[in-house]
Design a protein around this ligand. Structure first.
Ligand code: HEM
Length: 123
């Protein structure tokens, strides 16, 4: 079998960067989710975006090193609710449509993010 990794199917590092560049502004401008990024400096946001790219690349089959923290430690105390979570998943699906990913890749990315729900949602 010669199945390509999800990383390859998403267009590798550049494809995943394009996904994050489409995804993050949606979260920051969302009326309910925007509060998490309010009053944070540009540098902190740029760092977080880079870590998200690294995280997605290294977990989808790329050779990129992820040097950030685990999902539970990172989001602990933010009081992210189930409703916040559902909005994020909606933005993820919309992002995958915008970058013209196929339904298979969209479902895989949504499924991957969903596997962290129990670590991230706490309120
Ligand atoms: C509604 C859900 C979410 C919210 C509100 C949220 C919010 C945030 C915020 C505000 C930060 C910055 C933390 C800091 O600088 O200390 C952060 C970091 C991060 N988030 Fe999320 N996040 C959510 C879901 C996710 C998901 C689903 C993933 C990937 C599976 C993810 C991956 C990351 C990564 C990789 C970092 C950087 C880790 C580090 O600083 O070491 N987040 N998130």
């Amino acid at each position: 079998m010669n199945e390509q990794s999800l990383y390859e199917r998403l267009g590798g590092y550049e494809g995943i960067t394009a996904i994050v560049e489409e995804f993050m502004p949606r979260l920051k401008s969302d009326p309910q989710l925007g509060r998490f990024w309010q009053n944070r400096g540009d540098d902190g946001i740029a760092r977080e975006e880079q870590l998200l790219i690294d995280f997605l690349c290294s977990n989808s089959g790329g050779s990129t090193f992820y040097g950030g923290r685990d999902m539970k430690t990172t989001h602990k105390g933010m009081k992210i609710s189930k409703s916040d979570w559902e909005i994020l998943i909606g933005h993820c699906s919309a992002t995958m449509e915008t970058v013209n990913a196929s339904k298979t890749e969209c479902n895989e990315v949504v499924g991957f993010l969903s596997s962290f729900e129990n670590d991230i949602v706490e309120a």
